[in-house]
Every structure is written in C-alpha cells, then in structure tokens.
Design a protein around this ligand. Structure first.
Ligand SMILES: Nc1ncnc2c1ncn2[C@@H]1O[C@H](COP(=O)(O)OP(=O)(O)OP(=O)(O)O)[C@@H](O)[C@H]1O
Ligand SMILES: [Mg+2]
Length: 201
C-alpha cells in the first residue's frame, strides 16, 4: 500500500492538534514528504461544513452526515492523492471520532457509522492511529479558555471510554493508546518512537 496514514484521536483538549503539529514539523525536518489536515476541514468545502457544524445545533444523524460529507471531500481531494504520491499524511481526527462521538456517545447504530465511514474513506483505513488518553479533569482544564462550543463532561466521559473500546475492538488495525496526561514533550517522545518504528527509520 502506498503512502502512510497516521490519525490522532482523543477527547477535546487531549492534545491532538498540539501533537499532530509537532509530528508534522518533526517529519518534515527528517526529510519526509508529509501533509497535515484536520477533519472536518482541509478543503474549501470541508472547511465550510466545519463552520456549519460549529454554528448550528442539530440532531446526531444530521451531524454525522455532515462530518462524513466533509471527510469524503477531504479524502477524495487531498488524502488519496497524497497517499498515491507516497506521502505521510497526518490527520487531526478521522473516522474514530465519528465512531466515538456519534456512535458510542450519541448512540447512533455503530454499524451505520461504520458503513458511512467506509464510504467516506473509500475503504482506505489508517495505517496507524494514536489515541491520546487523558483524564477528564485535565482535558477540561486545558480547554476552559476556549470560546468555541464543546461537549459536556458527561459526553466526553462516554467518548473517552469509547476510544478505549475502539482500540480493543479494531483488531486488524494498529491503534496505540498514549498517556496524554504528561507534559507535551514527554507525550511527543513516545509518539516519535511509535511512528519511527512503523516507518522503519
Ligand atoms: N501535554 C500537555 N500538557 C499541557 N497542556 C497541553 C498538553 N497538550 C496540549 N496542551 C494544551 O492544551 C490545549 C488543548 O490542546 P490541543 O488544542 O492540542 O487539544 P485538542 O485535542 O486538539 O483539542 P480539540 O479537540 O478541542 O481540538 C492547548 O492550549 C495546548 O497548548
Ligand atoms: Mg484540536
């Protein structure tokens, strides 16, 4: 399979954007051809859908379909071409976010979420997924200053538990749970070990 797809997952405030950026810069300096996208986002259409999701309150199915539309756009326009060009693609959230938030936490049928994920990604699953596992209190304290809407502590607790279930149920995938309660540098050190081992450097 060409290219290498790495996804960062975890609850709000777990450090996904921080670690994805650190890894992007690190791999670039190492000479890798690398791209970094956020999901939802990464194409003009997907960024617009992101704004719509942030602006409106909606039922979970409508929300799921919007997330999947944005993901489909990003996969088709950016991720698949990048992987074909043998790039390392780093994702700030991806399919497991839909499974954890809309599936497990908001109780949409897991099979339905799985099928929609499969359609959106054209079957191209991540090669490596890093779940940043953090205590609820730590995550909430990190995002307290944020003005944008974020989920309730009750929902985030469900999402946190869901990510652990996903890691243990998706046996055919490589999903690593990383303790993200530690400081940024320590977390990053572990991520570099995992990624370098997978990339064979
Ligand atoms: N290991 C860490 N220790 C302390 N603070 C951290 C750590 N990682 C990230 N932060 C800080 O916590 C805040 C949230 O981090 P970040 O934006 O990376 O999380 P996120 O998982 O992307 O959140 P969201 O899901 O809301 O996008 C930021 O201000 C960031 O600088
Ligand atoms: Mg983020």
């Amino acid at each position: 399979m060409k290219g290498f797809l790495i996804t960062f997952e975890g609850i709000d405030g777990s450090g996904k954007t921080t670690q994805a950026n650190l890894l992007y810069e690190y791999l670039k300096v190492k000479g890798f051809d690398v791209s970094l996208y956020r999901d939802p986002g990464g194409t003009p259409l997907a960024e617009k859908i992101r704004e719509v999701i942030m602006e409106f309150s909606m039922d979970p199915i409508t929300e799921l379909l919007l997330f999947e539309s944005a993901r489909s756009s990003l996969v088709w326009e950016k991720i698949l071409p990048d992987l074909c060009a043998d790039k390392v693609v780093i994702m700030d959230r991806f399919i497991d976010s839909s499974m954890a938030y809309q599936g497990y936490a908001k109780e949409i049928n897991l099979g339905t979420v799985s099928i929609l994920n499969h359609i959106a990604i054209r079957g191209r699953k991540p090669d490596l997924t890093i779940i940043l596992n953090v205590n609820l209190e730590t995550a909430l304290s990190r995002i307290r200053h944020k003005k944008t809407k974020f989920e309730t502590p009750e929902l985030l607790k469900k999402v946190r538990d869901a990510y652990i279930l996903i890691a243990h149920s998706e046996k055919e995938r490589d999903i690593r749970i990383v303790d993200a309660n530690r400081d940024k540098e320590e977390v990053f050190k572990e991520i570099v070990c995992i990624v370098e081992d997978k990339l064979g450097v």
